[in-house]
Design a protein around this ligand. Sequence first.
Ligand code: NAG
Ligand code: NAG
Ligand code: NAG
Ligand code: NAG
Ligand code: NAG
Length: 181
Amino acid sequence: MTIPFVLCVLMSTVLAAQNTFTLYAYGTNISGSQVFYSQGIAQIGDVRYANSSNVSNVYFYEESGKFIANPNITSTTASLKASESNTTWTDLSFYIPKSSGQPLGFTTNINSAEVTTGSWHFYGEYAFIENSAGQLESHFFAQPTDVDGVYNILWSLSDQAQLASPEIKSISIRTIPPASG
Ligand SMILES: *[C@@H]1O[C@H](CO)[C@@H](O)[C@H](O)[C@H]1NC(C)=O
Ligand SMILES: *[C@@H]1O[C@H](CO)[C@@H](O)[C@H](O)[C@H]1NC(C)=O
Ligand SMILES: *[C@@H]1O[C@H](CO)[C@@H](O)[C@H](O)[C@H]1NC(C)=O
Ligand SMILES: *[C@@H]1O[C@H](CO)[C@@H](O)[C@H](O)[C@H]1NC(C)=O
Ligand SMILES: *[C@@H]1O[C@H](CO)[C@@H](O)[C@H](O)[C@H]1NC(C)=O
């Protein structure tokens, strides 16, 4: 009786390890830019060009509607010196801010008042937020930073804010890497 139980546990461990994914943004002039950690917030682009210390590439796994991030030490140390990166943290939740126009980020406290109560949800390779009414929402925007090709990810810009900041473009977030790698 114990052998099938052990096999079961081993199999679920293997499955969990396979269920990690990396997230990429797609939109106007943005063709599969990787989501990375940058001093607590989420940015997209090449981690080497981020204008901050304490950045790292990240991979995710999904758990009960949460995307849990960990530093991808392999790809981060291949790109950056240790003094520029921060791969010392583990298991931060990729959160959506409650207020529109704020950046997505990484937190230990997913129940904070700053964080939306929606949960992450995949539809095919597209990541959505499922709101309390059960609707899937994708209101992600790329906000240019002072570095070409590096953007903050903002949530749910009002029409007024979009008109005022035409450089901020709508994006989708997917698990598919760009064709060119
Ligand atoms: C896309 O990028 C090209 C080349 O950098 C630029 O000329 C063009 O204006 C950009 N388009 C938009 C909509 O930002
Ligand atoms: C590295 O990131 C973690 C998670 O955000 C943070 O708690 C820690 O202070 C950072 N370390 C440094 C040296 O910035
Ligand atoms: C960034 O994080 C690394 C690793 O934790 C640390 O050695 C470094 O001092 C940090 N740099 C800054 C500017 O906080
Ligand atoms: C870390 O990044 C490398 C290089 O992009 C990738 O091959 C690997 O699958 C990533 N690790 C995880 C756990 O996703
Ligand atoms: C990096 O950010 C700092 C502070 O936000 C800014 O003063 C500086 O010009 C930026 N550097 C580059 C190369 O964009």
